[in-house]
Design a binder for this molecule. Structure first.
Ligand code: UFG
Length: 340
């Protein structure tokens, strides 16, 4: 049987690289396009080490229409998983134009080429940020999309709209996957999250503090309306997330989708507070974390966790890795990168 060829944009990034591994292990041919703006070429070697297959790699910016077009001219693609995007909430507030330009032009160029070259299957990397602070928890896919609190969040909302409008008038079929909080790393400790500079996200900040790269972890707020006063999120292991992408692609390729545009939450369904994360990390790593409470971070949602019912039922997918394993894998990864 001829292998299906999957274009993974942003395939050297955090979630992208883990998804490439899962796709290859399921027998797909993978082609990565990445401009390496927030990732490293060495990730290709790491992927090859894990799977014994070197993914094809093209380095260019998807905002460049000519390059994107000539890529599609050269490569026969069966499905696209589109990860490539800027993702730092705070940075997007400071540089909104950069975010709109990058995240929207790349999407538009890809869809234009998908239509021209008859690529019908498109999986999009979305976020639970589109729900804002939901009125009801756990949040289902039917919850209203609330006004975005950052240009980053707005690019995810606009992208979803662009896709949902496009599928009405073209032969494109699409699935948007709304991620909750991806953490952890591959069990090999060969790939993981590689934040450049000071991490924005909680878990990389925790592991960097534990290893001594950062002096102290600031916990943003302890008077929220939650049992221990700190914010609650639904943390999901990146490999569980990656596996859901493989299932989404298979669903589109085998025409099992129920409509031309489907949306699924990807979370575990469990909410954990910042203090719970700290305690669990201390337990699995054996390291006492240096932390202090500081002011709330502007724009933070108080509490959010997913209803996973729809994804469980329709995709036949369920997150399997528990919080202790998630944090242990993040810690092993931190220790591995510090050995290099
Ligand atoms: N936090 C701290 N200290 C830190 C970092 C984070 O206390 O140094 C807290 C935050 O206040 C929040 C929790 O840890 O309560 C999680 O924060 P993250 O930055 O790890 O994650 P967010 O939930 O803010 O953001 C994530 C993704 C975004 C996405 C958003 C959707 O990183 O891309 O979820 O809600 F938009």
């Amino acid at each position: 049987m001829i292998k299906k060829s999957i274009l993974v944009t942003g395939g050297t990034g955090y979630i992208g690289s883990h998804t490439v591994v899962e796709l290859q292990q399921k027998g797909f041919d993978v082609v990565i396009v990445d401009n390496l703006s927030n990732s490293y070429r060495e990730v290709i070697n790491a992927i090859e080490k894990i799977t014994n297959i070197r993914p094809e790699f093209y380095e260019f910016d998807l905002c460049d229409f000519e390059k994107t077009h000539s890529f599609f001219k050269k490569n026969k693609i069966d499905a696209i998983i589109h990860f490539a995007a800027f993702k730092a909430v705070g940075e997007s507030v400071e540089k909104p134009f950069m975010y709109y330009h990058n995240n929207l032009f790349s999407l538009i160029n890809l869809i234009k080429c998908a239509n021209e070259f008859n690529v019908k299957n498109f999986v999009f990397s979305s976020s639970c940020t589109v729900y804002g602070q939901p009125d009801e928890l756990p949040v289902t896919e039917k919850a209203p999309v609330k006004k975005a609190l950052s240009p980053y969040g707005n690019t995810k909302q606009i992208s979803e709209e662009i896709i949902s409008e496009t599928v009405k008038t073209t032969s494109l079929k699409s699935i948007s996957l709304r991620y909750f909080n991806p953490i952890g790393a591959h069990e090999s400790s060969l790939i993981g999250e590689l934040p450049i500079g000071i991490p924005n996200n909680l878990v990389p900040f925790i592991t960097q503090t534990a290893i001594g790269k950062r002096e102290i972890l600031n916990v943003f707020g302890n008077e929220y309306n939650t049992p221990d006063g700190t914010c609650i999120r639904d943390y999901i292991h990146v490999v569980d997330l990656a596996k859901a992408h493989v299932i989404a692609v298979e669903r589109l390729l085998s025409n099992k989708n129920k409509s031309n545009y489907e949306i699924f939450n990807l979370g575990t369904g469990d909410g954990h507070s910042v203090l719970e994360i700290i305690k669990t990390f201390e337990k699995v790593s054996g390291v006492k974390l240096n932390f202090k409470f500081v002011e709330r971070r502007p724009g933070d949602i108080e509490k959010v966790w997913a209803s996973t019912e729809y994804a469980n039922k329709e995709l036949g997918w369920k997150a399997e890795i528990n919080l202790e394993e998630m944090l242990l894998s993040a810690w092993k990864w931190e220790k591995a990168i510090n050995k290099i």
